[in-house]
Design a protein around this ligand. Sequence first.
Ligand SMILES: [Zn+2]
Length: 301
Amino acid sequence: MVFNTILSTFRSVRMRQRWLLGAIATLTASCAIVLTLMTPAQATGVQIWPGSPHLGDTISVVMQVNDGNAPTLEYDGGRYPSYLIGSNRYRALLPTTPLDRPGRKEIRFALNGEARNFAVELRNRSFPTQSIRVGSGTSTSATDHELNRMRQFRETVTPEKFWQGAFARPAEGRVSSEYGIRRYYNGEFAENYYHRGVDYAGGTGTPIYAPADGRVALVGRVADGFRVNGNSIGIDHGQGVGSVFIHLSRIDVREGDRVQTGQLIGAIGATGLATGPNLHWGLFVNGQAVDPVPWREAGFE
Ligand SMILES: [Zn+2]
């Protein structure tokens, strides 16, 4: 009886030990997988920033390239180019938006002839919501002209990089609508809507300044069919990064102009579909409207 108890205790200790060893082995194995995917980043000439992105963030991948081949990155079903930013250093920018599904995302590319695979955890983020009541017959739709011009602008990719360092605030005035706000229309959640920029409240005529160096790639006017966006400016900052400014009362630049950070480009207005004078600034990275805040605070290489 006593012996049996001792034996069974011994057995259960053995079993517990075995279970523990098995658990440690499993844990070690899963850690190893995570380590292979995640940590050799710095050790092998790849830097991914931010390490723990959330919806709306831009993910920067900087790579040490020794064979002169600019890597093309595969991420979340898209393909993204990389550009030379320094001696043998290439950088790709991966946009994320409030419409993305949070969770584990893989980044794959070939670096110096070798297939590389990294994982990032795209974290969820809660965005404020608005409830909008719309009556029938009150909708104003965009013209094909403005839709086409805006699409062309978003798809503009210039290999040259014009911006340097963190972006500047484009206008004085409080932020009246932040990036990413989601909406309910007549009580129904709008799956594809999110506020694709930041709104600054300011009286008509308040100056607007270029937030970073670039080239004016779009000037659109109400008179030419910019019915919803109103008078608009698009600045190409290069390498797939671009700013749009809409609802302007005045435009002080022409297409093709080179502009510098802080240069006066126009003035706040309420043209197009606007409830009052405000500046909507949208920042696009490879065609997607991203949160401009990290571009203003930390900036991207
Ligand atoms: Zn807006």
